[in-house]
Ligand binder design. Structure first.
Ligand code: PCD
Length: 783
């Protein structure tokens, strides 16, 4: 590793420099929304609903108003008059900001208190008297879709959100009829909370003199939020400034627009004072958007020899009370149709039915780029099930069915064109690294002794980098992304982007891209994101899209600058442009490397001595519309030992071979993979947001929602293959979510592999010890 912090020198693609931003993070000098304090700032706190479904009969705020320090109390009725009681969601639905007649989930914001400080606001919140009439709640999405179910939404006639399908049903049914073997399995991909470190919040500051509204907020997509805010409030877009300062983890949970953002803005405009709203941890867990919650029925059809011929999947998805998923608008179920995975499958058909329930809204990505996790989990579980049913080795079965590397670009049965891949080489590498066949032998030996050991494989394919603008948009805004690079006369650079990192390290990796192409030292490049007043328009950071889009834009803009720089260098060296060679930050005439001009000399000349027919300045802006998505992939192998006494599963080894094309910064990529594997581990073994049949949440704090700490987390063994993206300017693919997408199936496959001979075909996540113990007990195996 190149050890200095902050890193210095020219460091392009593939350099393991430490993260530039870590200087401020490690010193505790990051600036998060809650660190910002403005003069005369007021505080907003919500009164929340104790019921999942209830009519609001009366709200009495008199007592609350009398609490010292209370400035104002805002209800849905008041917002309604301003046309703000409901706002549009990203998926063309609408959502309540504050309710006017009924509440639709437990923990929903009902009344907003604005006070001089947070304590007064909390005290007042406790004094608000709300009379509810409980209505029958509906917490189960399957029941919600039945004809006589209570209706969640006051503005809808049923609980159906959408019905969506992909693939050729007839052709698929036909291959199923003709198949030698069909395996099927039900899976529940549980509801998850992203559990980022920093809960959501905002500070709104309306300046009555200029008429400008500034909002600091925890958003992953500041520009889109600005546009939506402008359309909803009619405030001109250039009089709204959204700033996403440092963000303590996003993971998709901060793409959603929360009521607090809207009410803080409304209150600031009304009161002429800055208003701060910050969720507490348990408010955050109970009311912000969740992820997953897919009830899946999957079927796989195959020939006797293991050749897979068809895939059929039916899903009921639970969207809570509002359809607020952060999907591109043409994809109601996200990119779930990537579910044919790494396999060359002739025919596939998928059907997803979305239901409203009395729970908070959701369908956020949570490190899964729009439902790819659910897709990958389903196919990887089914392939393992098929292997077991056929008595074939799951690795061999996969090798038999992979899309062959010479078939790329490959068009899947569900219509995606995969850019590049080499799945067999990744799996073979993982098998070799872990010693696959020896482990299988060990497993046989253990079996004889009555010991339970399992090996689980997952060979996932991701689809990231939205996206080609003709296919992908958010509320009609095309999904490109942007870079603006300016080189000052002294050769120092400021580069601004339409994305917004939440911990990913863009300040380092974007600088490396510029450093790679222009030969400028990384310490001379400042990267800025997240301020809509200064950054070029962009769609934001989620769905592992920053490298495929804004990263590509950085490369293209750098190359535009290089083209101009060559012209200036030719002028300075009194040579023809075609004779100029550029290498490691230096321009020289072919054959004369000793007589050169540096990029810094050229930058100065761009302002002091540009060639006569060339404009002054050295800068470029690029809005990059990728020609296709990128398709990173990987092969994961997990070894578990199951304790018969307790049902405890121990992950003994986990080998992850990832392929994200060309890598910008290997340490950052490894950090991304380790973090995402840990989240996949949490998903497989620990995390679930649960409700009872009345829509009451179980817990709703870190006491019940268990996330892995260093104690539980296994040691990850990482490796790579490199299959560049043929269309990305640097050959890179996204990677941020890969391991959360790919790993859950590896863990579950390993546990089921250990228990298969006992007759256990599946255990739903999270695989808590008691679930395993129950299986062992049923099979007479618990010791
Ligand atoms: N890279 C490199 N190379 C390659 C790729 C990549 O180097 N080839 C790197 C970059 O640059 C950055 C990272 O790595 O830095 C990442 O990337 P990407 O893949 O492109 O991604 P982005 O866009 O940037 O990001 C996003 C992601 C997501 S999506 C998520 S969830 C998560 C991840 O990211 N989140 C987070 N990771 C992370 N980390 C942290 N720290 N934090 C956070 O929050 Mo979603 O949709 O939202 O669900």
């Amino acid at each position: 590793m190149e050890e200095t912090l902050p890193p210095t020198g020219v460091h392009g693609m593939g350099h393991k420099i430490r993260r530039k931003e870590d200087v401020r993070f490690l010193m505790g000098k990051g600036t998060y929304v809650d660190d910002i304090k403005l003069p005369n700032m007021a505080y907003l706190v919500f009164v929340r609903s104790p019921y999942a479904h209830a009519k609001i009969k009366k709200i009495n705020v008199e007592k609350a108003k009398s609490i010292p320090g209370v400035i104002d109390i805002i209800t849905g009725e008041e917002l309604d008059k301003a046309g703000l009681a409901w706002i549009p969601t990203l998926m063309g639905d609408k959502m309540m900001v504050l309710p006017t007649d009924k509440v639709v989930f437990q923990g929903q914001e009902v009344v907003a208190i604005i006070a001089e400080d947070r304590y007064a606001a909390m005290d007042a919140a406790n004094q608000v008297e709300i009379e509810y009439e409980p209505l029958e709640p509906i917490a189960d999405p399957k029941k919600a879709l039945e004809p006589n179910s209570p209706i969640v939404r006051p503005d809808k006639k049923s609980n159906l959100v959408f019905r969506w399908e992909a693939g050729d049903k007839e052709a698929t049914d036909k291959v199923f009829k003709e198949a030698d073997i069909v395996v099927s399995q039900d899976f529940y991909y549980q509801r998850l909370h992203v559990a980022y470190m920093e809960p959501v919040g905002s500070i709104a500051h309306y300046d009555p003199v200029s008429g400008k509204l500034t909002l600091w907020m925890t958003t992953q997509a500041p520009h889109v939020v600005r546009t939506v805010f402008s359309l909803v409030t009619k405030i001109p877009e250039n009089k709204i400034r959204i700033v996403s300062p440092d963000i303590g983890g996003g993971f998709g949970g901060k793409v959603y627009v929360y009521p607090g953002y809207v009410v803080s803005a409304y209150a600031s405009i009304k009161l002429g004072r800055p208003v701060k709203w910050i969720n507490t941890r348990s408010e955050d867990m109970r009311s912000t958007a969740f992820a997953r919650d897919f009830h899946i029925h999957g079927e796989l059809a195959a020939k006797k020899d293991g050749i897979i011929v068809g895939l059929r999947i039916k899903v009921i998805s639970d969207h809570g009370a509002f359809y607020g998923d952060a999907n591109p608008s043409k994809f109601p179920a996200g990119l779930f149709s990537i579910c044919t995975g790494a396999y060359d499958i002739k025919a596939a058909y998928v059907e997803v039915t979305g239901a409203y329930t009395n729970k908070p809204a959701g369908g956020i990505a949570y490190r899964c780029s729009f439902r790819v996790t659910e897709a990958s989990y389903t196919i990887e579980r089914l392939v393992d099930t098929l292997a077991h049913e056929l008595g074939m080795d799951p690795a061999e079965l996969r090798l038999k069915n992979f899309i062959p590397s010479e078939k790329f670009p490959y068009r899947s049965a569900l219509g995606w064109t995969y850019d590049s891949g080499n799945y067999a080489s990744a799996l073979k590498k993982a098998m070799e690294k872990i010693g696959y066949y020896e482990l299988r032998k060990e497993q046989e030996e253990k079996k004889k002794k009555g010991e339970l050991m399992g090996i689980g494989i997952s060979t996932f394919v991701e689809i990231v980098g939205a996206g080609p603008a003709d296919l992908f948009d958010i509320v009609g805004i095309k999904m490109f992304d942007s870079a603006e690079i300016r080189i000052h006369p002294t050769g120092k650079v400021i580069a601004r982007f339409g994305t917004r990192a939440q911990g990913q390290g863009h300040e380092t990796t974007y600088a490396q891209i510029i450093s790679e192409i222009l030969g400028i030292p990384v310490e001379d490049i400042i990267v800025e994101e997240g301020d809509t007043d200064t950054c070029p328009y962009g769609l934001g950071t989620y769905a592992s899209r920053s490298t495929p889009t804004a990263g590509a834009a950085a490369a293209v803009a750098s190359r535009k600058i290089l083209d101009k720089a060559k012209k200036i260098a030719a002028h300075l060296l009194e040579a023809r442009e075609e004779d100029i060679v550029f290498e490691k930050g230096k321009f020289y005439v072919k054959g004369y490397p000793d007589k050169y001009k540096t990029i810094q000399d050229v930058a100065l000349a761009a302002y002091t001595n540009p060639p006569p027919n060339i404009e002054a300045g050295l800068e470029a802006v690029t809005y990059y519309n990728p020609p296709n998505m990128t398709f990173p992939f990987g092969a994961y192998i997990c070894v578990v030992d199951v304790d018969k006494g307790t049902g405890q599963v121990k992950v003994r080894r986990f080998v992850a071979v990832d392929d994200c094309g060309n890598i910008i910064n290997p340490v950052i990529v490894d950090g991304q993979i380790m973090g995402a594997l840990t989240m996949g581990f949490g998903t497989a073994f620990m995390e679930e947001i649960r409700y009872d049949e009345n829509g009451n949440i179980y817990g709703g704090s870190f006491a019940e929602y268990l996330i892995p700490t260093a104690v539980e987390t296994p040691r990850w063994e990482l490796d790579k293959t490199v299959t560049p993206s043929p269309h990305h300017p640097l050959g890179a693919k996204g990677v941020g979510e890969s391991a959360t997408v790919g790993s859950p199936a590896a863990f579950v496959n390993a546990v089921v592999d250990a228990l298969w001979d006992l007759g256990a075909k599946h255990i739903d996540m999270p695989i808590w010890p008691w679930k395993v113990w129950k299986v062992l007990k049923e099979k007479g195996m618990a010791s």
